[in-house]
Write a protein that binds this ligand. Sequence first.
Ligand code: SAM
Length: 280
Amino acid sequence: MRRLAPILVALLALAAAGARGQTGAPGEVVYDPFVPTPHRIVEQMLALAEVGPGDLVVDLGSGDGRIVIAAAQQFGARALGVDIDRSLVAEARERAARAGVAGRTRFVARDFFATDLRDATVLTLYLLPETNRKLLPKILAEMKPGTRVVAHRFALGDWPPDRQLMVDAAEDWSATAATRWVYLWYVPAQIGGEWEVTREGGVAFRLDFAQAYQNLGGKATNGTATETLDRGVLRGSEIRFIVPGAAPFAGDYAGRVDGDTMSGDLNGGARWRAVRRKTR
Ligand SMILES: C[S@@+](CC[C@H](N)C(=O)[O-])C[C@H]1O[C@@H](n2cnc3c(N)ncnc32)[C@H](O)[C@@H]1O
């Protein structure tokens, strides 16, 4: 019960802060409180992100280290935890040592806004909506296309999740049953702007992509015919869009983005290739 009381207080603080956003005097820095993710949800988050031995999992605001430890112990990944609270970082290191995963885990005491995310392949979050919103531009700027972000309970601003799962939040049979959402996103390649497309045995044309996270709109034109793109979507670096209508370049395009080029198959057959001309 002595261990439950601070958790209950923090849980209430998180619930209240989640409802009204972060508070504090003007200019005062208020950090999200420590509230642990139930162990069962930790497992579901890591399973949803398909964490494996090739991954580097980074938990922003790692608390007692449970996500980092589970990523190493149950999923074979390397993992890094970052927390502003030194005593939590010390506790997490002790727990990792006791779990036998000190060699594959690392904990640092630091503000996560100052943490470089470029090497992370999976990012885990249990933070307030406002903190998630502030982290979003950093995540999109630093994480590589195809890397995964998984969040417990609160979404990431207006970025639509690629998958979401409702999970049972009760720690054991005696706890009050409750459900929570867990969200998964694939960081999309940034492709907004103009591209020049060539394809086997067909006319060349220009694509002008308008990108909103993983969703793509825009136009395709060869100067004579112009079509509005249909069902454009990215999953990391994988791209798919349809040029509808009767234009000579109409069809179902699937392929892969690689920096300033992309290539793939048209209608599952002829090859196509595109080169970036202008960034939006
Ligand atoms: C809700 S708890 C989540 C703990 C853990 N990730 C989990 O899911 O069990 C949020 C954690 O973020 C930490 N935190 C809040 N703001 C932070 C910041 N700016 N930089 C680093 N850690 C922060 C808090 O100390 C707290 O441990």
